[in-house]
Write a protein that binds this ligand. Sequence first.
Ligand code: ATP
Ligand code: MG
Length: 567
Amino acid sequence: MTETSDRLPSNFIRTIIAQDLKDNKNEGRVATRFPPEPNGYLHIGHAKSICLNFGVAAENKGGTCNLRFDDTNPSKEEVEYVESIKEDVRWLGFHWGDRLFYASDYFEPLYQHAVQLIKAGKAYVCSLSPDEIRESRGTLTEPGRNSPYRDRSVEENLDLFQRMRAGEFRDGDHVLRAKIDMASPNLIMRDPTLYRIRKVPHHRTGKDWCIYPMYDFAHCLSDSIEGITHSLCTLEFENNRQLYDWILDELDVDCHPRQIEFARLNLSYTVLSKRKLVELVQGEHMSGWDDPRMPTISGLRRRGYTPESIRNFCERIGVARRDSTVDIALLEFSIREDLNIQAPRVMGVLRPLRVVIDNYPEGQVEELDAQNNPGDPTMGTRKVPFSRVLYIEQDDFMEDPVKKFFRLAPGREVRLRYAYYIKCVKAVKDEKTGRVVELHCTYDPKTRSGSSPDGRKVKATLHWVSAAHAIEAEARLYDHLFLKENPDDDKDVDFKTHLNPNSLEILSFFVEPSLAAATPGSRCQFERLGYFCVDPVESSGKSLVFNRTVTLRDTWAKIQKNQQKKQ
Ligand code: ATP
Ligand code: MG
């Protein structure tokens, strides 16, 4: 990978733009746009496009990037989506300033462009039904058939199109089609529909219009109207480029943007298609668009992802022309890397096991100093209370420790984080179930500093909380949304059958008292458990809900897995 002077990795799009600037194209301007359809919430794939479009604009002197809503389909669009998209782009750290546009603002000029095409004999009103149009389009191996309405006179077309606008016809009675070539090897060029009748109010233009431009017609002309120099889009629009060029050439517009296609982001164990994400929300498989398991920007935000981590991820995956699937572990790596630096460390116990320190004075409480980030002393220290009854994790104890298990076991000594060495003297079991329900331990008062003056070594350090001081909170632990790496690849099976039934586990757990003041949205690392974020939606003064953003790399889990594999 080559590096440009500002140390950003180069990609083929940056290279093309640099060359265009060198050739003094577009009077040295770079103008891009991010053009979402407001028919769903943004997902991590859109973040790739946002970072790219806003990124290349920012890298070039005087470069601009518009936020434009391609809102040409009133039946699927909602104001809620417009607002969420704006919020997400802003949150990701990008600013459109006064460059917020809507394709619906161009409905009048778009209509005039359509009239211009009719006058030039390049568009006609077709009165076939939608089914008949589809059926006469032909296939990849067979040419299509000309519409019987193809040779209507210009006058008749102008009259009908004007009456379509005036609301004289019903949905589906007529459409406006481009007159191109029904035998074109590119199916998109076989007299595509440019306008259709839809008697549906629009979220911005209300009942002003009952005909709406098709996406392809509106998209390329909106780019042109806005003076976009480089229209960056995903590969599935490669075949549409020919139509965009045809429209812009026939209309002889001033600005003819250069379209460059790049590969869309696919991520393992999830789906990145608004249509599928809508299904998950509407089918109530998810609690909403911002369910922390969703690959949406709002879901990732609620889960605890930072804008920096998403931008870094997008930079890391790069931009290429070939489709590929990125391992979701790379996204997790990006957030770990960021939170490792900024998240304060705290202690909490997910699956508590009661520990009584027999030789610790009843009623005594010590306030011990704990570091907020051992890797960064500037983050300071806090006090954690230590007392006679504590909680540790159930899986930090084994009655009959297997090989390589170095944590607590009968007769064994371990260190408690920021506290003393303790030694297990007895395990109390539930008579009925045989499960260990309580441990009795002794502590060594001389080890308060975390080491023993006699040089005695222990092999494990456990996290813990004081039972009398701990706060009860809710932990939400997440796993992959789908069980299959590519839930999409089997066309015969509904992708939802691959949903992971265990993608959410809810536990009531104990956290150290310093977290009583944790604010919604704040992040921390529970030592040894992972990075968490106080749920911004469901946490209030009384109840604390922690979403686990991502686990830490757990070496023990790896060893266990390897052992299971060997067995
Ligand atoms: P979806 O398939 O999720 O419905 P879309 O392309 O219909 O996506 P738009 O709102 O049209 O959604 O997308 C806005 C922009 O984001 C487009 O330029 C599109 O190419 C880009 N985009 C959408 N999905 C991805 C992705 N997975 N990776 C990169 N860019 C994407
Ligand atoms: Mg789209």
